[in-house]
Write a protein that binds this ligand. Structure first.
Ligand code: FAD
Length: 457
């Protein structure tokens, strides 16, 4: 039995952030990680997808210039070289993270953590196990790709996002089930690399968490870029058949492609964790239930994807900072996320901070919207990406959310967040000076534009 102040199970952005803060404050910390430090985010999530999209981003920009007849010629991306670069980078960053944790005094245990009893975790390595005890336990085990009966990756032609990120060559065609951020980003990348991409989404529109007008603009852009979208189309069966992925929709339509991606959500990594041994409860979908202080049981916190609150890396980090400070006695208040920023990256991007108009309307609130088209912005004009708009969602005289769709709009996410947090409105926005020319300038234009009342579509 080895004793620590804190045991952290899971070394993704949540777990490693908490470990660093607690170790810097002089606590003895054990971090248990069963695969690679950095978690989903570094090894098979945010970072590899953005490295892939980053490599093809200049192509989209140059194609936009080509359409205005100021550029010509071909430039291609070497997929094999790109994959080598991505895997070297992620491996190297994971190793550096391990060294940093070690230099702070964090003891990293390689193996699968399993709860034994209150305050006790067993680490299963290949041929042995080690038992650890601590006063506090943080569960930060993250999530994995979800699948459903009839929609289960066979890792042959039917892949999950991790398989597709590690594929050796660009498939000639790719059908994607699920048009959330993961499906959209990987679809955008492989389309830019020459795959014929088809996206199937059961919800009424792509980007199902966004308002219908944002999604409609995104769909237009995807289709213009050669991606076929089937919205409101339910996938019934997906399998490898004769060396190809074969997808059957509820209405009997059959779509075949060289590969298929199942991107229908995430499932928490709680199987085999035995979190109930610590006094935790799991909800119907297997996520660890937490209270307003992210506590799952006395002296046990659950942060990041595993608690199912917000499945984003920056949410995991934000929660990690909170629980680490709570353990250190630096704060007693309940956890408050504030408005949550989120982005979908690609040639046409979506960003949102705060709530959608439709979510507020469903809550029975009165909602107004003001917006500005990207075509009015000099930076959008310069890069040739003028389709899209910024939309400000107003409720009770305050900004409840800001969303945008178009080329490069992920860059607006922090200006939107800070304006909402600062409580700015059309009346006091003059206090902020915006640099000119920047893409940011489209946000104050949208805030000061005339407001119109909206109802549910
Ligand atoms: P994870 O990063 O999942 O880390 C959990 C760790 O725990 C893993 O390393 C796992 O091996 C380990 N583990 C699990 N069970 C055990 C156990 N029993 N014992 C020991 N170790 C265990 N988010 C964004 O904010 N922006 C993006 O652009 C973005 N892009 C994404 C793209 C893709 C393709 C995917 C799949 C996800 C993306 N995400 C993105 C989501 C993001 O990766 C996650 O929200 C984030 O990684 C969650 O962090 P976490 O620390 O909670 O868990």
């Amino acid at each position: 039995m080895q004793a620590f102040d804190i045991i952290i199970v899971g070394g993704g952005p949540g777990g490693t952030t908490a470990a660093q803060i607690l170790a810097r404050a002089g606590k003895s910390v054990a971090l248990v990680e069963k695969t690679h430090l950095g978690g989903t985010c570094l090894n098979c999530g945010c970072i590899p997808t953005k490295m892939l999209l980053g490599a093809v981003a200049p192509l989209a920009l140059l194609h936009a210039q080509q359409r205005t007849r100021v550029a010509k010629g071909d430039i291609t991306v070497d997929f094999t070289a790109l994959q080598t670069r991505v895997s070297r980078f992620t491996r190297g960053t994971s190793q550096t993270l391990g060294k940093n944790l070690g230099s702070l005094g964090v003891t990293v245990f390689e193996g699968r953590g399993e709860a034994l009893a209150a305050g006790a975790i067993r680490v299963h390595a290949d041929t042995s196990h080690t038992d650890l005890t601590a006063q506090h336990i943080i569960l930060s085990c993250g999530s994995s790709s979800a699948s459903f009966p009839g929609l289960t990756p066979d890792h042959d032609c039917v892949l999950d996002s991790t398989d597709l990120l590690h594929i050796q060559s660009v498939p000639e065609s790719l059908v994607i089930v699920g048009a959330g951020a993961i499906g959209l980003e990987l679809g955008d990348f492989f389309s830019a690399m020459g795959s014929k991409v088809t996206i199937v989404e059961a919800a009424p529109h792509v980007a199902p968490l966004e308002d219908a007008d944002i999604a409609a603009e995104l769909r237009r852009a995807l289709q213009k870029g050669g991606i076929t979208c089937h919205e409101g189309a339910r996938a019934k069966d997906l399998r490898t058949n004769d060396g190809q992925a074969q997808l059957t929709l509820d209405d009997g339509t059959v779509i075949t492609a060289a590969k298929a991606l199942v991107a229908v959500g995430r499932t928490p990594n709680t199987a085999g964790l035995r979190a109930e041994q610590l006094g935790c409860s799991l909800n119907r979908r297997g996520y660890v239930e937490t209270d307003g202080c992210l506590q799952a049981a006395p002296n046990v916190c659950a942060i990041g994807d595993v608690n199912g609150l917000v499945l984003l890396a920056h949410a995991a980090e934000h929660q990690a900072v909170y629980v680490a400070n709570r353990i250190l006695g630096n704060c007693q208040h309940e956890y408050q996320s504030g408005p949550v920023p989120s982005c979908v990256y690609g040639a046409t991007e979506v960003m949102r901070v705060g709530q959608t108009a439709e979510a507020l309307l469903r809550e029975g609130k009165r909602v107004e919207v003001s917006q500005a088209p990207l075509s009015l912005n000099p930076i959008a004009q310069a890069s040739g990406g003028t389709s899209g708009f910024v939309k400000v969602v107003w409720s009770e005289g305050r900004i409840a959310g800001i969303a945008a769709v178009g080329a490069g709009v992920s860059h607006l996410v922090m200006v939107a967040l800070l304006l909402i947090r600062g409580g700015y409105t059309a009346q006091n926005l003059h206090e902020v000076m915006f640099a000119h020319p920047t893409l940011d300038e489209i946000v104050p234009m949208a805030i000061t534009a005339p407001k119109t009342s909206v109802t549910l579509p």
